[in-house]
Ligand binder design. Structure first.
Ligand code: PRX
Length: 654
C-alpha cells in the first residue's frame, strides 16, 4: 500500500514581485537567493557568522556551531544580550529618537514610545526586578494584555538574564498553574485586567486562582490597565509603579552566554501536557534578526504591524525581538479585530500608514466573510508587503488578500514555521520569488528542508510526505524544558538526526513547498492518504464558502470517509442543494476520492485561541457524538455543543 500523502490540487497562477519592489529589496533575484542559500547550506558557519556580525557581542564566539544531534550550540562561548541589541545598539544612531512602538489601545487612544524612551523604561524595570531578587536563570511568568509594558517586561527579563515564560492572556487559571509548576517560576508579571471588545477581562483574578494551586511564587507585579477592583496580597503583590519607583533609568545589560536560556514558551501537542519549548540567547537573536531583514525586507522607513499576541511565538519573534533588532517602527494593537467592527485593522493601517502587515489566514477568512466594503472604505496605499502565518492559506484567501488588501501591488510572504523553530523556515523572498498562491515557497537561508517518505527516501515532486529539516539552524529549540527524553522522542526519532516538524507537505515541480496539514490530521480514504488542507482549499474556493474544516470519519469500507464542516459567506443560506453542489465541486477540483460523504454547514468551527482549527474535536464528535478531552484551549467552548447538536440532528434525520 502506498503510505505517502497524495496530492491532487494544482495551482498554476504565478505572481512575480513588482519591479518597483525588487529594485529596492535586499534580495532582488532568484539567482541571488540561490547563491546565498547554497552558501548557507554548504558553509553555514560563514553565512551565519556574517549575519551575527551585524549585531553586538560582548565577547566573540570560538566556534559558530557545535552539533551533536539533537543538541546544538551556536556561537560557542560568545557573550551578548538581546535587550542590548534591541535597544542600546540603536541609541548612538539616528534611531535614538525614532518611534519604536506605536501602541493603539482598543479604545482608539495611542501612545508612541521612541527607542530612547523604551530603553529608559526597560532599564528602570530591570533595576526594579533586580532589587526584588530576580537573578539570571530565574523563571518569570508573564500574563499580560497587549500593552507596551508587556514588551518592556520581556526586554527587562532578557536584560538581566531572567527566563520569561509567557502565558496567553486568554488562558485559564489552571493553564497558568500548570505552567508555573512546570517552570518553577518565582515571579509573575500581570495586570488587573485587559480590554476585549469593550469588556474588561480579569487577569489578576486568574493569577490569584492559579496561586491557590501553585504557591511558590515570591512576587506578583501588577500593572494597572482597566482599574477594576482587585485583591492585593500584602507582602506578595505589588504594583508595577512601585516596582519602578525610585529606580534609575540606566542599567548595564548583563553579558549572557549565547546558549543561556532566554525563554520558555508552552505549546500544546495533540496529546499529553503542554511542552515547554526552550529557546536560548544568541542563535535565536540572529535567527529573528535575519528573517525579519530578508523576509520582511525591513528598512528604516517601514511601519510594521504584526497582529499576533505576545502570548504566541509570533509575538515573541516578530513583535518584540525581530523588529526591534532591526530598529523598525512598529504598531502594536491591544484589542480584537472586530471592535467596533471588522474594519478596525484597515482603520489602523490607514491611521498609522502601516507598510508591512503580518496576520493569520484565520483572520483573513473572517475579513472575507465580513465583506469587501470594510477595507474598501479605507486608504491602504501605504502597504508594500503582506505576510501570513499559522496555517496554510487557501489560494482563494490569498487572492483576496492580494487584491483587496494589497491592491495587487504587494508581495505576500506566506511564512511557515513553528514555536519550536523560533524563526521562519519557509517563505518567499519578497523581491525575488515568483509566488503561487497557497505555498510558503522555499527554505530560508541555512534551512535544509526536505520531504521524506516513511523509509527516509526523498519524495518525488508532488508526492506528499513528512517535512523534515536536515541541518541545525540558529533559532532552533534547544529542548523541552525539564524533559530531554520527550525532546528526542517528539522531534528527532523519526529519522536519524533530522528534525521532524509534524507537518505533511509536498514539493511541486518548481520546488515550492506546500503544507498539506498536520500529520495527525491526515485522512486515510480507501488506502489513500489525503491532507486536510487541499480539500479545505477546494471548498474555500467555492463562492459560497468562507471557511472549512475537513476530517475523517470511521467508514466500514473506505476506512475513513471525508467529512467537511463549512461556514457560509453571509449572503448564502444552507440547504441541501448547496451541500450537493459543494460535494460536486470538491470532486471536480480534486477528484472523486476527496468528495465529502457529508457536509455540515455550521456557523462556527472549534478553534484554538491562536486561531487554529481543532480538527481532533470534530473527529471525536463524528466518531462518538461527544467530546471527552480537554477543551480549555478552545476560543469559544459553546461552539462544541452546537456542533454536537448539528451532527446528531443530521444522523437522526438520515
Ligand atoms: O502546522 C503548521 C502550522 O502551524 C504549526 C506551528 O504552530 P505554532 O507552533 O503555534 O506556531 C505558529 C506560528 C509560527 C505548523 O507546524 N503553520 C504555521 N505556519 C504555517 C503553517 N501551516 C502552513 N503554512 C504556514 N505558513
Amino acid at each position: 500500500m502506498n503510505n505517502n500523502i497524495e496530492s491532487h490540487l494544482s495551482e498554476d497562477r504565478y505572481f512575480s514581485p513588482p519591479a518597483a519592489f525588487s529594485q529596492h529589496a535586499r534580495i532582488s533575484s532568484m539567482e541571488q537567493y540561490r547563491e546565498l542559500h547554497a552558501e548557507s547550506i554548504n558553509s553555514p558557519e560563514t553565512f551565519w557568522a556574517r549575519e551575527a556580525e551585524e549585531l553586538s557581542w560582548m565577547e566573540p564566539w570560538d566556534k559558530v556551531l557545535e552539533w551533536n544531534a539533537p543538541d546544538a550550540q551556536w556561537f560557542v562561548n560568545a557573550k551578548t544580550n538581546m535587550s542590548y541589541n534591541c535597544l542600546d545598539r540603536h541609541l548612538t544612531s539616528h534611531r535614538r529618537n525614532k518611534a519604536a512602538l506605536i501602541w493603539e489601545a482598543e479604545s482608539g487612544e495611542t501612545e508612541t514610545i521612541t527607542y530612547a524612551q523604551l530603553h529608559a523604561k526597560v532599564c528602570q524595570f530591570a533595576n526594579g526586578l533586580t532589587d526584588l531578587g530576580v537573578q539570571k536563570g530565574d523563571r518569570v511568568l508573564l500574563y499580560m494584555p497587549m500593552i507596551p509594558k508587556a514588551i518592556i517586561a520581556m526586554l527587562a527579563c532578557t536584560r538581566i538574564g531572567a527566563v520569561h515564560s509567557i502565558v496567553f492572556g486568554g488562558f485559564s487559571a489552571e493553564a497558568i498553574a500548570d505552567r508555573l509548576e512546570d517552570s518553577q517560576a518565582k515571579v509573575i508579571i500581570t495586570a488587573d485586567g485587559s480590554w476585549r471588545r469593550g469588556k474588561m477581562i480579569s487577569l489578576k483574578e486568574n493569577v490569584d486562582a492559579a496561586l491557590e494551586i501553585y504557591q511558590n511564587i515570591e512576587k506578583v507585579i501588577v500593572c494597572r490597565r482597566t482599574f477594576q477592583p482587585i485583591e492585593m496580597q500584602a507582602g506578595r503583590d505589588m504594583y508595577w509603579a512601585d516596582a519602578n519607583a525610585g529606580q534609575s533609568t540606566k542599567h548595564d545589560a548583563l553579558p549572557l552566554d549565547a546558549e543561556d536560556p532566554m525563554f520558555i514558551l508552552y505549546t500544546s501537542g495533540s496529546t499529553g501536557k503542554p511542552k515547554g519549548i526552550l529557546h536560548t540567547t544568541g542563535g535565536y537573536m540572529v535567527g529573528t534578526y535575519s528573517t525579519c531583514k530578508y523576509i520582511f525586507d525591513m528598512n528604516d522607513q517601514d511601519v510594521y504591524w504584526c497582529t499576533a499576541d505576545i502570548g504566541w511565538i509570533t509575538g515573541h519573534s516578530y513583535i518584540t525581538y525581530g523588529p526591534l533588532l532591526n530598529g523598525v517602527t512598529q504598531v502594536i494593537y491591544e484589542g480584537a479585530p472586530n471592535f467596533p467592527d471588522f474594519g478596525r485593522f484597515w482603520n489602523i493601517i490607514e491611521k498609522h500608514r502601516v507598510s508591512i502587515f503580518y496576520t493569520a489566514p484565520t483572520a483573513i477568512r473572517a475579513f472575507i466573510k465580513a465583506g469587501d466594503h470594510l477595507p474598501n472604505a479605507h486608504d491602504l496605499s501605504s502597504l508594500r508587503l503582506l505576510g501570513t502565518v499559522g496555517e496554510p492559506i487557501n489560494p482563494e484567501a490569498w487572492m483576496w488578500y492580494h487584491q483587496v488588501i494589497g491592491g495587487g501591488r504587494c508581495p505576500i510572504v506566506d511564512t511557515w514555521w513553528q514555536t519550536e523553530t523560533g524563526a521562519v523556515m519557509l517563505a518567499p523572498m519578497p523581491g525575488a520569488t515568483d509566488i503561487k498562491p497557497g505555498t510558503a515557497t522555499m527554505p530560508f537561508f541555512g534551512i535544509d528542508a526536505a520531504i521524506l517518505d516513511e523509509d527516509g527516501k526523498e519524495c518525488a515532486p508532488n508526492e506528499g510526505g513528512r517535512l523534515v529539516i536536515r541541518k541545525p539552524w540558529p533559532s532552533m529549540l534547544r529542548g523541552i524544558y525539564g524533559d530531554p527524553q520527550r525532546y528526542r522522542d517528539t522531534y528527532w526519532s523519526d529519522y536519524d538526526s533530522y528534525y521532524t516538524a509534524g507537518d505533511g507537505a509536498r514539493r511541486d515541480e518548481d520546488g515550492n513547498f506546500w503544507i498539506v496539514g498536520r500529520l495527525d490530521d491526515v485522512l486515510n480514504v480507501s488506502g489513500h492518504r489525503l491532507g486536510t488542507a487541499e480539500i479545505e482549499s477546494s471548498l474555500v474556493a467555492h463562492d459560497a464558502v468562507a471557511e472549512a474544516a475537513v476530517v475523517g470519519k470511521p467508514h466500514d469500507i473506505k476506512g475513513q470517509a471525508v467529512v467537511a464542516f463549512a461556514i457560509l459567506k453571509s449572503d448564502y443560506t444552507a440547504n441541501e442543494e448547496l451541500e450537493q453542489a459543494l460535494k460536486k465541486h470538491v470532486a471536480s477540483t480534486i477528484g472523486a476520492l476527496a468528495r465529502p460523504d457529508d457536509i455540515y454547514l455550521v456557523p462556527a468551527l472549534p478553534k484554538t485561541r491562536s486561531g487554529k482549527i481543532m480538527r481532533r474535536l470534530l473527529k471525536e464528535i463524528l466518531a462518538t457524538g461527544s467530546v471527552s478531552g480537554n477543551t480549555t484551549t478552545l476560543e469559544d467552548e459553546s461552539t462544541v455543543q452546537h456542533l454536537i447538536d448539528t451532527v446528531q440532528h443530521k444522523t437522526n434525520a438520515a
